[in-house]
Design a protein. Sequence first.
Length: 369
Amino acid sequence: MAVKYELVKECSKTGARAGRLHTPHGVFDTPIFMPVGTQATVKSISPHELMDMGAGIILSNTYHLFLRPGDDLVKEAGGLHKFMNWDRGILTDSGGFQVFSLGALRKITEEGVTFRSHIDGSKQFLSPEVATKVQMNLGADIIMAFDECVPYPADHDYARKSTERTTRWAKRCKDTLTRQDQALFGIVQGGMHKDLRTMSVRDLVELDFPGYAVGGLSVGEPKDLMYEILEYTVCQLPKDKPRYLMGVGTPDCLVEGVMHGIDMFDCVFPTRVARNGTAMTWKGRLVAKNAEYARDFRPIDSDCGCYACQNFSRAYIRHLLKTDEIFGLRLMTIHNLYFLLDFMRKMRQAIIEEHFPEFRSEFLANYQR
């Protein structure tokens, strides 16, 4: 088996759990946040900087790498690990979310999805078989089944047909995979309909994937509804397999996801807001470009051990951002990724030491959304 999950500790009062995921490119502790390297690079950050922060696994995007530079080229280079000089874990998504977000530029059939490239408008096609073969060429440790992300809102009939198709596609992905060093995860869909979530879990668990992702959340629904559907879904998933909540990366959502038993998370949020001059802190977001920080010589976060906070002030970083210096964006990105990785480490420690409920309550009491 390419990937094996080891349960280390489960919170006695919540569903939170600390674990360990064994992959062909190393073992990493969970719960974990995966920095997103859409184009085979985490924007503005080098691999050794990610390693210094303690990143055990990153995510790359099948859709984008399929279009450019092409999965055949990556295979020729020796796979993603060698291509981007990253010797730790890699997860690739299937490209499904990106394809379905194209809206009018794509057409869905049972066979797959025909779409127009956002780069040059060329006609392209992704199916469960194509998406799986592309990910085999990319060579990630964990790959994702090709799915249809149910939008919000979606009526029951549409969501049912879409979810049933996702299950059929998942089976086709599993039938296509031939590499023994890759783990294929199924993706639970069903929209905001609890009966469809139950159906999706049941059908995917019957296919016996080595891990399961919860998809179709954080797509525009209210957070309370997201948490309700998440709690309802996760409790039906196998306890001996890793659980991955796709596309979630704000601290409040991470702590709630961990409380419900999620092991893995990813999101472009920390790197995207960094490029807009926003830092993540234990008390909420800090917009470093604001005038109030022009003469503020404190670090972004006095409790943070990242390179930016250990060496530079808010005033200096604001100056870099206001003058469009690339170093400013790098410092903000370094801080945000370090913060989230450290945040996950502290949650794991709280679970192991049996005080996660207190950790969660204290954090949410001080965090300004």
